[in-house]
Design a protein around this ligand. Structure first.
Ligand code: ZN
Length: 450
């Protein structure tokens, strides 16, 4: 019997429900996550002929699973399909259904991780199992990685594996989240492929003052008052737009009319254009073309009758490709103006922006195989404004993209709102589609036509 799409859709649906119910919630502490539960579940699904399985425990309970179909030609390229098994916390009070119930309601699976990214973690596993059971003997090696700790920057997951177990996960080509949401455009359906991500510079601004008695505020040097002005300047700072390559290619291929395309590609006209766009799109487009500064946490003051002498302000800076720490410091000084010299910057963490080239065999494979489900569609390169595990692999020289495939039921707006949001869910047709996609990608890339 030939197994059809519905088998895959059903298997993927059940697996996704089980992954959601495992509730591998990562709150950022090393004791959270418990991804061992899902690593064991997936090992149970994958165990059998054609697959070599191995688990790696970076810290107690923080287990990642690797499954391999070894290629016949050691010189042929290796493809890694990587999905994370952890999820961010969810507040059940704000959900219409149990975020960890994994319920199937009207053709949708509900729960934390349904789009970020247990859907793909599940569909990759089902695809790899189908390939292995069907006797798939590719020239290049296919590796599946169910990885822990993506949601807290990968220290106990991808970063650990790339640093300590590179032989197990090294690959020429990597696919992970996100992307692939069909975007309708005047020039037909576009399928965004995430080719790069912004960098992340986290640190604290320490704003000083002079302690004094709260009963005599006149002409005092109150750190909290200075911090308020620092905050105001950061919030009002707009920065210089950067029309980089990925942005240019994305906007050009969307097929918008010239009166929209031209200002979106103009450093001078972009700011005004952004003001007129719907807020969700404006926010996204602004982040794609600017290094951004978000003040997120403030600590200051000791007692109600003491003028504070220090306030600490944490700032989440997201950098564009090509920016370095010095460029960010320069921009910060510009934003703060005459207050720059009174503020001390204490760096905490820096991950530079990373990007993979667009013209690669993996790009060609994605563009070709997706025609089966979206005839006439075009893949377009995109930058994601968040951080994913792809960056660790780009540092090792891999070409790493974010991709998946979804039905037209899933809109870009819904998808964006559900990421780390309430009422996260996915239609089962999307699960069947992405399962078929991975099989087609592995076949096309790893068994080249002669
Ligand atoms: Zn994710």
């Amino acid at each position: 019997m030939i197994r059809g799409a519905t088998d895959r859709e059903g298997e993927c649906t059940e697996l996704l429900q089980a992954l959601i119910r495992n509730a591998c919630v990562n709150d950022g502490t090393v004791g959270s996550g418990g991804e061992v539960r899902s690593a064991e579940l997936l090992a149970g699904v994958l165990e059998g002929p054609g697959l070599d399985l191995e688990t790696y425990e970076a810290a107690p309970g923080r287990t990642s699973l690797v499954a391999r179909i070894e290629g016949t030609d050691p010189t042929a390229p290796t493809l890694l399909l990587m999905g994370h098994t952890d999820v961010v916390p969810a507040n059940p009070d704000h959900w219409r259904h149990d975020p960890f119930g994994g319920e199937l309601i009207d053709g949708e699976v509900w729960g934390r991780g349904a789009v970020d990214m247990l859907n793909l973690t599940a569909s990759m596993a089902v695809a790899v199992r189908h390939l292995a059971r069907s006797g798939f003997r590719p020239r290049g090696t296919l590796v599946y990685l169910a990885v822990a700790d993506e949601e807290a920057l990968g220290e106990w997951g991808a970063e650990h594996l790339v640093t300590h177990q590179l032989d197990a996960v090294a690959a020429d080509y990597v696919i992970t989240e996100s992307g692939g949401i069909p975007l309708p455009s005047p020039a037909g359906t576009k399928l965004p492929v995430i080719v790069g991500e912004k960098g992340c510079l986290w640190g604290t601004l320490r704003i000083g003052g002079t302690a004094g008695h709260g009963s005599q505020p006149y002409r005092t040097d109150n750190a909290l008052v200075t911090a308020a002005e620092v905050l105001r300047r950061l919030a009002e700072h707009r920065g210089e737009p950067r029309i980089h390559d990925v942005w240019r290619r994305f906007i050009t291929s969307m097929g918008y009319p010239d009166e929209i395309t031209e200002p979106l590609l103009s450093r001078d006209r972009l700011p005004e254009m952004l003001e007129g766009l719907p807020v969700g799109m404006a926010r996204q487009f602004h982040a794609c073309t600017h290094t951004t500064f978000s003040p997120t946490v403030v600590h200051g003051g000791t007692k109600i009758n003491v003028i504070p002498d220090v306030v600490e302000l944490q700032v989440d800076v997201r950098t564009l490709p090509g920016d370095d720490e010095e460029a960010v410091m320069q921009e910060l000084r510009t934003a703060l103006g005459d207050l720059a010299d009174t503020v001390e910057y204490v760096p905490a963490r820096y991950d530079p922006s990373t990007a993979s080239p667009v013209d690669t065999p993996l790009w060609d494979t994605l563009s070709t195989v997706t025609q089966r489900w979206y005839p006439g569609s075009e893949t377009v390169p995109c930058l994601t404004v968040g951080a994913t595990d792809a960056r660790f692999f780009r540092h090792t020289g891999s070409v790493a993209y974010g991709f998946g495939l979804f039905s037209e039921h899933m809109t870009f707006e819904d998808y964006g709102a559900m990421f780390h949001g309430d009422d996260e869910r996915i239609d089962t047709a999307s699960l069947g589609l992405s399962t078929e996609l991975w099989e087609a990608v592995a076949t096309d890339l790893l068994t080249p036509r002669d």
